[in-house]
Design a protein around this ligand. Sequence first.
Ligand code: PLP
Length: 540
Amino acid sequence: MHLCYVDNIPKLVNNAFPNKEPWQIVAMTSSTTLAMVWLWNFIHQDESLVKRGKKQLFKLARYVPYIRNKIDKELNDVNEIFEKDVLQRLKEIPFIVHLPENGLKDKRILDLVNQSVYLGDYNWKSGRVSGTVYRHDSELLELVGKIYSIASYTNPLHPDVFPGICKMEAEVVRIACHLFHGEDTTCGTMTTGGTESILLACKTFRDYAREIKGIKKPEMVIPITAHAAFDKAAQYFNIKVHYVPVNPHSFAVSIPAMKKLITRNTIMLVGSAPNFPYGTMDNIEAISELGITYNIPVHVDACLGGFLTCFMPDAGYHISPFDFRLPGVISISADTHKYAYTPKGSSLILYRNKKYRHYQYTVSTDWPGGIYGSPTINGSRVGANIATCWATMMYFGYNEYVASTKKIIETTKYIEQKLREMNGIFVFGTPATSVIAIGSNKFHIYRLSEALSAKGWNLNTLQFPSGIHICVTYMHTEPGVADSFIEDVKFELETILKTPNIPVEGKLAMYGTSQSVSDRSIVSDLTRYFLDSMYFTKEN
Ligand SMILES: *Cc1c(COP(=O)(O)O)cnc(C)c1O
C-alpha cells in the first residue's frame, strides 16, 4: 500500500506538468528555489522589514534636493554650534598645531599641561560630577605618579624583557578570580577598559560558537539597558543583536522576553550587575538558568559595579548572586578603573574556564615577523597601567575596599531616600549599588539637569524614557557633598514645579528633541559631527 503510493508520485508530477518540456521544468524549479532563497534572505536580515523599509524611505527622502539641502543646512548649523562650544570650553587658549622648532623647557611644558588639565567648569575634585572620577586621594596620587614613572616604558608584549609586569597582571587577574568566586580553572586577562573587556567577551563567544556549534550567523541576546559597548562589539564583529525590553516597574531585563529571543544562532546571553542607565540589577540567577537550559554562555557585565558588589556582603549589604557561583555564568567584565579606584586604562575580563580564553586570543603563525600571539586587542600594551592597577589594589587592601563600599552604598541609599521624599520626581526601579536614576511625570526632567548644571552639578542624561542619573563615587561620601546635592535638587525642583510646562532650554534642548527624530541616521550624523568637534583646532 505504502509502496504503491510512492510509485505513483512520478505519475502525479508528470500529470501536473502536461505540456512542459523537461528544460522548462528545470528552469521553473531552479528559479523558484532561487526566489525562495532570495526571499528568505531578504526577510531574515539583521533588521526587521519595517525598520529597513523606514530606513530606505529616509534614504530616498535625502535624494529630494529640498530635503537634502534642509538637512545639510541643519547639520552645518549644529556643527558650528559644536565648534563654538569647543572654543568656549577651551577659553580661547591658542592651539599648538606644529612641533615646536626646539624642545620646550620642562617648566613651560608642566605649565601648559596644568593649564590643559584644569580647563573645564565642573569641580570634579569636590564631587560635583556623576561617576567619571571615582576617587581622588592625594597620597595615592603621589604613589601612582612614582609608579607610572618607573613603569612607563614597559610592555608586557615582551615577557622575556619585562617578566615582572606579566607577573603583576597575572596576580591582578587571580585576585579578581577569587573576589568573584571563580574555580581553580577560572582565568582572564587585563584590558584597557570596560569596552575592551566586553568586545573581547563577544569575540570569544562568537568564535567559540563557530567552532563548537558551527554557528555562522551569530546573534546575541542583551538587555536594552546593556552598555553601548555591546553594540560596538556587534558592529565590529558582525553579530546580530536582539534587544530585550526591561520590566517597566523594576527596570531589570524581562526574563520571559529574553527566553523568547533565544534562537539556534544565539552565541551569548548578557546580564548587567548593575546596568549603567538605571543602576538596576538584572536577575542574573534566572539568566544563568536560561544559559544552562539552552547551553548558551552567559556574560555578566559587572564593569560598573563589580568592585562594589564583591565587597557588599562584608560591608553589610545584601546583593543577589551574580558571579561564578552561578553555574551558567561563563564570563564577567569588571572595571578596576571604576570602583577599584585605579587610574583610567584598566579593566578585567574573566572566564570560568581556560577553554574560553583561548578563543579570545589572536594568533598569526605565518607572519615573517615571527609567530605572533597576543591575548587582547592591543599589540604593545602600557605596562604602567598594569603596575598602577596592581599598586592601587595593594595600597587599599581588602578592608579599605569594604569600608569604602560601605560608605558609597550608605551615601547612595541616603540620597535615594531623600529623592523619593521629594514631589514631582520618581526613582526608576531599585538602585542596586551606586546609581540613582530619576524621571518626572510633571515636567521635563532635563530641566532639572540644566538647573543643576548651572549650580555646577554634572549628571548623566538618559533617553527612552527621558531621565537623569547620578553615579555616586567615593567623592560623594565626603562630608557635606550629599546634603548639598539634595538641597540643590530640592531648591531647583520647587522653582521648576511653579512652571512645570515650560520646555527644556539650553544645551539639553537638542538632546531632548533628538529622541523624537524618527530618522535615526540624522541623529547618527549629528553624533559624528560632535565627535569631529573633539578634534577641532581653531588654527589648522
Ligand atoms: C563603564 C561601563 C562599561 C564600559 O566601560 P569603559 O571603561 O567606559 O569602556 C560597561 N558597562 C557598564 C555597565 C559600565 O558602566
